[in-house]
Design a protein around this ligand. Structure first.
Ligand code: OFO
Length: 167
């Protein structure tokens, strides 16, 4: 494996681990405030990010590289509102997308089409997750400070679908 690409994939492991820890922290925030639907949503998101991380770990190791398991900083848990919680969700997804785009860029630069091909799965995943984060944030903007709106948002969050991506 090209060393520069291996390093970037190892960095990506860290970003996926960071997202997983962040979403677990967000699930706890919601769970301890009575938002059980939102908590379930973030518990699931956290598990998904862990799967994304493991997929990278296996990919590196199967190609004679060395996956490095990183230390993860304490995630944020100081959210003041649902709006801030979901803004953080979108920011986190946008950050990961930027990093994935950079891996893709470097793959093309180094003519590493194998890793480029592998990373397409992450590109599609990010499109979907960013769309979900934006949809949820838009709904919260409509709801504003309305408590019964928050109640319904929490009740229905796991039934929302992100809009289909145009290809
Ligand atoms: Fe790993 O999928 Fe979003 O961040």
């Amino acid at each position: 494996m090209i060393p520069e690409i291996e390093q970037l994939l190892n960095d990506q492991i860290k970003y996926e681990a960071k997202a997983s820890a962040q979403y677990l922290s967000m699930a706890c925030w919601a769970d301890t405030r009575g938002y059980n639907g939102i908590a379930d949503f973030f518990y699931t998101q956290s598990e998904e990010e862990r799967v994304h991380m493991t997929k990278l770990v296996k990919f590196i190791n199967e190609r004679s590289g060395n996956a490095v398991i990183p230390a993860v900083d304490k995630p944020r848990d100081d959210f003041k509102s649902l709006m801030e919680l979901f803004e953080t969700f979108l920011e986190s997804e946008e950050f990961v997308t930027e990093k994935i785009n950079n891996v893709i860029y470097e793959c093309l630069k180094h003519k590493d089409y194998n890793v480029h091909n592998f990373m397409q799965w992450y590109v599609a995943e990010q499109l979907e997750e960013e769309a979900t984060a934006r949809t949820l944030l838009d709904k919260l903007k409509i709801i504003g400070d309305d408590k019964s709106g928050h109640y319904l948002f929490d009740r229905d969050i796991n039934t929302f679908q992100a809009p289909e991506q145009a290809n």
